[in-house]
Design a protein around this ligand. Sequence first.
Ligand code: EPZ
Length: 456
Amino acid sequence: MICGSKTKSYLKSQNLKILGQGKLNGIVKISGAKNSALVLLASSLLTNEKIILENVPFLTDIEKMGNILKNLGVNLVRKNNQLEIDPTTISIKELPYELVKGLRASFFCIGALLTKFGEAQVPLPGGCNIGSRPIDEHINGLIALGADIVIEEGIVKAKTRGNKNRLHGTHIKLNCPSVGATETLIMAASLAKGRTTIKNAAREPEVQDLCQMLNKMGAKIYDSGKETIIIDGVNKLGGCTHKVIPDRIEAGTFLIAAAATSSSITISPVIPHHLEAVTDKLQESGSKITIKGNSISIKSKEIKGVDIETAPFPGFPTDLQAPFTTLMTIANGESKITETIFENRMNHIYLLNEMGASIKLNKNVAHIKGVKRINGMNLVGSDLRSSAALIIAGIIAKGSSNFYGLEHLDRGYENFELKLKNLGVKIIREISKKTFEENGYKIDPRSDKISKLEAA
Ligand code: EPZ
């Protein structure tokens, strides 16, 4: 197992105890990006040669993707933050339901398997706590590349059309700049016959990291990070060594935590322009940001309310909407938070109001009136990023809090509480004797959103 066999129930018996009114001070090391490492792992299916991935974080999502690759016959050897991937013995082209169900990102494997082997079977990833998470853009793009696709009993069955065993290049225009669909189609087109263009492609840094690694493997991909990506299919892809980019969402989470506690910290390594929309908003709300090479320092005192609206990169990232909402609960003045990417990504607001925040929610728009203080209480995370938001709220609050929902947090933040502790926060992970029962806490029955749901 990559990072220790953590089962969901085991994690449910753990909680974080947080002493409020915390301060952060010092330097925090940013880990490799979860949303890059996951797709880079999937892209190893495109070659018969060894891939060495460096700066791979220890996260349960990475462990799950590793198990999926192992299930396909790939050999993986973890040496600290390095992962040696040997895909030469791939034998299966079907992903098992129980593994896909636990990790939506496993669906990205379909493009790689189909273009490499001419066929692939991947269960529908299904929705999650933040939204329905459709895959129509993935499916329509693969059909345009020459795949025949049927969906039977929840399984997406894809084959190259006719007796050809290769996809063919084509022009694709995405209706929405889906990160996952762009990644699926880049991988599929990398071994297709001829040129593919993907218009309205996602421009996220993780997509660009994928293109950089594929080009190291011999792919011919141009203009990643722009509105239209060009891929000239090649016959074969080789192995390579590639270092995963720093996690801009983890980095932004720590900057927001510093701003929320009127603290001064430095985060490194980061790629500053990956965080521009976030550092701009933090400066607008009153924090002082200093950029030096691959590190960013923040110095915060008074925070004033500012409005944000999430958008595809280079806009304000949806993955930092929840942590930024927490920051705005104690800002001076009013703010408006608009979530435009996912239809159900405001689950943290109920508990923030229970802590004493003043937030009025109208569908995906939160109107916040800053308050002087919020109070600690028992908190339950319902997805990865709302968990980070509630932990920051526990650090800000007066009094102590217990945070539950570590099965969400550990998906995407490597050693989160340890890093916070090293910055001076009074936080500790407790392992209680019994498995935590959500209804054991004073949670308003109205909050039906806080429930045991699949990973986002
Ligand atoms: C990726 O998810 C990230 N996950 C998400 O991070 C991130 O929030 C999201 O991109 C947006 O930046 C990984 O990279 C593993 P999308 P993805 O396809 O690819 C709609 C986290 O917290 N859409 O860009 O699933 C969809 O409904 C996670 O780390 C379609 O309509 O996101 C959504 O409204 C959460 N049809 C919008 O596009 C499709 O076929 C953006 O989704 C696909 C998507």
